[in-house]
Design a protein around this ligand. Sequence first.
Ligand code: ADP
Length: 365
Amino acid sequence: MIRFENVTKRYRGTSKPALTDVDFEVLRGEFVFLVGASGSGKSTCLRLILREDTPSEGRVVVLGRDLRTLSNSKVPYFRRHVGAVFQDFRLLPTKTVFQNVAFTLQVIGSSRGFIQQAVPEVLAMVGLAGKEKRFPHELSGGEQQRVAIARALVNRPQVLLADEPTGNLDPATSVDIMQLLERINAGGTTVVMATHEAGFVNQMQRRVIELQNGEMVRDERHGGYGDTSGIPSLAPVPVRGAAAVAALTAVLEVQRAVEASGPDAVVASAEIEDDLVATIADTSGDETPTSLEQPAQRRPELDETEAQPASQHEPEKPAPRPSTQPIPVADIAEVDVAELGLADRLGLGPGLGEIDPGDEVGPTS
Ligand code: ADP
């Protein structure tokens, strides 16, 4: 699904490469942490996957496409299959929650009918039903990140890239977002997350790829963060952080129990979840965690040739129906040309609305 083949990246005007001979493969359905000190090359990896940049040497292959040979005109279409969220959310401040998510679909020319259906569905999936008309400044940080995740998912991408998605959030809210990313991954979306959050990496025991000064020094199937000495921290470590990590552990245990026991376990897990909500609420000043969300409904895979890790085989469930009233069509703002810079950043421009069938991303190599 994502393959780095001996990738070296040198930025113009720098003597030392940002990445040196990095080589790894991410399979469909994996959850991968990219870890390492600031400047070790994590964001560069994500930028190469998004085709915001190209390697100086080596190849990056995503969804069967060698990104070096992907023409610029095909990049916007390629990026519709790769959602991305960032530390700073990157929401449009003058648009409502609904409009922020709808914007992604508007610029690729989706019909109003589709937008009316898809946006409430994805907002319900990330736990934001009922907040469609809020503006970003009327939301907590965790809710803003949920909007960003909804926006990244509304195209139902096969891959979700997350660059320090909890970096601006308090520990309890971070648990909430990690829980959501876990659910998204359980629905089949491949997740690659760059992070400094050693606690989450250690607790979740997912695959860990570690970079040091641009070199890959570790690729561990069920790893922890490893050496945390490079992470700047303000002593003393906040007690709330430890509580948040404990809460995440409990979330993961509930999820595993439900997955192992089937539907009958759901009622029992609801009680545990109530306790958990109380636990997390104790650690948070302004956030109330939502219930476990339904996994996203996925588009048919374009890249069917790759194997999935056994643990990722989850029955697909339909996305929940929106619990809110449909937003009137008039509420969907027209595309603002000034905002197309953001559209480009999100992988939506140029070539707005032009879907060339020849641009389909598929297993071509
Ligand atoms: P991380 O995400 O792990 O903090 P980055 O990928 O952002 O690391 O950076 C890796 C290295 O590349 C750093 O030394 C950084 O200064 C350098 N770098 C990143 N972006 C650029 C750029 N656009 N131009 C020049 N150097 C860059």
